[in-house]
Design a protein. Structure first.
Length: 429
């Protein structure tokens, strides 16, 4: 019954959104990929918001229900039936009568199951498609037969690109690069490890008073070079996000220097490699929004590169929706932990394979602690902390590892604005 009601709500909201798009005809920037969608979407918005009237997907509104909500400018009413009824009526009024509307929409579009993307591209026809990455072991593969099926599903968004549209793509990803060679539309590449239209290079962690405070990289385009600085967050993935944002900005008339200035004010969203002060003068790398093999590998690499700390602690939860690849992916993560951290704390049953992988690569049992609950792990970690430690915390959404961060952050009263999943519907779970 619940699914039937949800399908009705999705169908009505989608119909309303289609009417609104037909009336207002905004330009659409659509972002997909297996990693980095939300951060790239937010960076693009930061670059273009002062140049055009624009609306972006809030948080991770990237599903069959999130996309029409963004188009209509409506909130997610979660499980509130009366809220959804109000949304349906308000959506009808907006679709038929709203006069003021953004000239541009920045939409994050994800897939969980087969058919998700085809349902969205039936009515969303992008002017610009941004493809972040298509890794060998994508997330959500549990609901698909093979990783290749996930890739094919996501690539339907590229097929929906308007004939005069532009494909903005990760030039470092061979599969994404191959897609670009098949298109008749204009293509613009961004990269870190290869030369492309927008290339980020010389990335490094920046320190103040011996403490990591962010990253810095140089972005080049057409002979021009600017320094991009990301404060309050770590990870080379931000260089990709910013290069993609600058590429999109250039298509709308935003110059490289102007984009760099806008991005200096940009703050990555909560739970995406955010740097937080911890108890006992520790540093927390909060990457608790979600987890996947590729994203975890990047996070562990960032942890490995941090200098001048007492110990490096990795608190890692289960990675979900990996299907037959789950054990392998967790064990491979454990092998990387052994090269990146001094202490491993796991949360969840699947994460036991992370511990096994770390042991096989040379960590000893005294360095590894395993728990089934985030609250317990957080309490134990608090007692374990030493001054100068740096702690990476990462896991899939349902593992709720933001609870670990809240236990050890210096200012827990700021959790509502600094951490992920602080909404009422999440706090009640």
């Amino acid at each position: 019954m619940k699914n039937i009601l949800k399908n009705i709500v999705v169908a009505v909201l989608t119909a309303e959104a289609r009417v609104l798009l037909a009336r207002k005809r905004p330009k659409i920037i659509a972002i997909t990929g297996s990693v980095g969608k939300t951060s790239t979407k937010d960076a693009i918005y930061s670059v273009i918001k002062n140049s055009v009237r624009v609306r972006k997907s809030e948080k991770s509104f990237n599903s069959d229900i999130g996309v029409p909500l963004t188009v209509l400018g409506l909130p997610n009413s979660s499980s509130n039936m009366f809220g959804w009824i109000a949304n349906l009526f308000e959506g009808l009024i907006i679709a038929l009568f709203q006069k003021e509307y953004p000239d541009w929409l920045v939409l994050e579009i994800g897939v969980d199951r087969p058919g998700d993307m085809s349902a969205i591209v039936a009515w969303v026809k992008p002017d610009i498609v941004v493809l972040t990455r298509l890794p060998d072991m994508p997330v959500h593969v549990e609901y698909f037969g093979t990783p290749e099926e996930v890739v094919r599903e996501k690539l339907q968004l590229v097929s929906a690109l308007k004939p005069d549209g532009v494909f903005v793509y990760n030039h470092d990803d061979e599969r994404v690069r191959d897609v670009a060679t098949t298109l008749r539309q204009k293509v613009v590449g961004f990269s870190r490890y290869s030369l492309s239209d927008f290339t980020a290079s010389a990335d490094k962690i920046i320190y103040e008073n011996g403490r990591a405070v962010g990253i810095e990289c140089t972005l080049t385009h057409g002979g021009e070079a600017v320094v991009m600085r990301v404060e309050g967050s770590l990870g080379i993935q931000h260089a990709y996000n910013y290069a993609a944002a600058a590429a999109v900005g250039s298509l709308i008339g935003v110059g490289l220097s102007e984009a760099a200035t806008a991005l200096r004010e940009h703050v990555p969203p909560p739970g995406r490699m955010r740097l937080l002060s911890g108890l006992k003068d520790t540093l927390i790398i909060d990457d608790t929004y979600n987890s996947s093999p590729v994203a975890l590998a990047k996070a562990l690499q960032a942890l490995k590169e941090v200098k001048g700390v007492t110990r490096k602690i990795a608190v890692l939860g289960d990675m979900l929706e990996l299907g037959q690849f789950s054990v392998q992916a967790h064990q491979e993560a454990g092998a990387q932990v052994a090269e990146s951290a001094d202490i491993l704390i796991t949360v969840g049953v699947r994460a036991h394979s992370i511990a096994r992988g770390a042991l096989e690569r040379g960590m000893v049992s005294e360095q590894i602690f395993q728990y089934d609950d985030a609250y317990v792990a957080g309490n134990e970690l608090e007692m374990m902390l030493r001054e100068g430690d740096v702690v990476l915390v990462k896991g899939s959404q349902s593992m709720r590892l933001e609870r670990v961060v809240e236990e050890i952050m210096l200012n827990p009263e700021e959790a509502e604005t600094m951490l992920v999943r602080q909404e009422r519907e999440w706090k009640g779970r």
